[in-house]
Design a protein around this ligand. Sequence first.
Ligand code: SF4
Length: 692
Amino acid sequence: MPLDRSAEPVFVHSTCPHDCPSVCALEVERLSSTQIGKVRGARDNDYTDGVVCAKVARYAERVHHPDRLTAPLRRVGERGQGRQAFEEISWDRALDDVAEALLKAEQRYGSETVWPYFYAGTMGLVQRDGIERLRHAKRYSRQNSTICTKLVATGWNAGVGARRGTDAREIAQSDLVVVWGGNPVSTQVNVMTHIAKARKARGAKLVVVDPYRTGTAAQADIHLALKPGTDGALAAAVIGILLAEGFADRAYLEKFSDWDSELEAHFAACTPSWAAGITGLGEEEIVAFARLYGQTQRSYIRVGYGFSRARNGVSAVHAVTCLPMVTGAWQYPGGGAMQGQGTIYGLDETLIQGLDVKDKSTRLLDQSRIGPILTGDPRDLGEGPPVTALFIQNTNPMVVCPDSAKVAEGFARPDLFTCVHEQFMTETAAMADIVLPATTFLEHDDIYVAGGHTYLQVTKAVIDPLPDCRSNHEVICGLAERLGAEHPGFNMGTWEMIDATLKASGLPDAETVHAAHWHDCVKSFEEMHFLNGFGHADKRFHFKPDWAAYGRAFAAMPALPGHNPGYDQSDAERPFRLVAAPARSFLNSTFTETPGSKKREQRPTVLIHPQAAADLGVADGARLRLGNKQGSLVIHAEIFDGLQPDVVVVESIWPNSAFEEGQGINLLISADPGPPAGGAVFHDTAVWIESA
Ligand code: SF4
């Protein structure tokens, strides 16, 4: 909708759309109808609390970047060569060409040969999820969205039964905050705001469980630097100590869970010395943490994503969710745990996603396995047709997906048609036949929900779109018309769709929410703390989940919570465990183009322990080669003592082109699906290292 020019405030409300649980409420300085200045956190939103990360604070760098795409492009040169391989064409011509290619593919192989592919480059629901409406209306192949939340959500839901938890604002009332497998200093800065309040007002302790000394761990009272993949063992040993030393709330366990004598005996066997042998932590560290946790009623676990990204990630997350059950921490203000608040909003997305025309019999393809899928792996395609046409929005699979050599091989297939709708010439866009220029969140309207808090937000464009850039919604509707796809959502404007979605969900209308900037969807204390029962039909927390209900690969799941050895363990040939963690100034592959981010991150590096470096005979800054059976790459060493000697960390996601041989860190990451239901195993990799 057009900008309201009648009253131009200096700062305009907006919402950060990037793939981050904070979904910050923003105040954006509008300098003119086409230019922004400062971006700051909304001060009167009590979650954002005036704080945003540095990468978004300097968003003017990104929205006004000279490399923004500004015209539809058709490739006339070699794939992967960048802007010079394309010529400009009109929007009508571009959409006609895309529609013609999709229809041609469909005529030859059937509708499932077309695979609309997307993720969370924008978290706004209309602009992110509208591609689903086109998919369902056309019966194209479906997408199993496994690249981010699948593993952690499965692990959480197996025990808790509903994706919600203690409101993050309650952290201020906690006496102990455990950040488990996350690094909010880099990836969700607002969590630190609330932790700081608890530390200042109550002297709360901060414990961080993470394989390396992150920015968050550096601020902690206790940092448990365990080996990657061993979180389940640590959790089980802590429970064993809680039971043995009288910290368990047995009345609570009895009332709210499936606790039994088998579990009692199981955890009794999970001793500190057993866990020390697996995690690489000292026994005394494990015992001290368990006692601190057991002695503190108001203990809050912020369950991160990091430790879920492994073949045993689901079982590890489930084991960690058992902790507040044993102490009964859920009963207290500031107590319990939280991973995400996805289920509290109750939004009816039928109109946006076309759920009323969804056909569940159409093929479901695993997003994280795009490499094997495009290269014809029968485990994914079965008897179905090859994928011969891709339409991509909001993601950069050439860089962000596992097994990136296979991804590149797939995108290079001469018989594959690819259209990418993007803001920049990403490495995926460079492989496309047609590239369409996209608006940013400041140039379109949308509606947002969050994982990390409870506010729903509605935004209007802050500035006019860059000439010739179109929103995802406009492009989807333009394609639908040409493809003969039918759904009421294709005939609506963005604002109309936001308003209709809110009304269908029983929420205030779009203008009301927009005028207030946000609408708090938090439930009662009892519901957020599960004091009326957990999310399963029997209202109990499940220590012993029925894993068969969660995915086909349930046989790989342990019957009881604890250590699951089914991960890529190191061995004589590959003695190091690699964690591919997020860099502070990037968000997946977004922000790798902005000068401020590049300046801070400098170049790809591998953090390596001084002892390991000495054993290899290399100094700080040395060129190292890291490899496994998927390939190898060259990277510079940064000697760092905040991890175990057999663990290395590469913070990314750097573009592939930032590496000497043009292959980024996901070259080494397997596309194996994490059981039981799939999920990318980004932090589950054993590698060899040698001097390059
Ligand atoms: S912390 Fe997350 S949501 Fe907030 S501004 Fe930064 S990227 Fe956006």
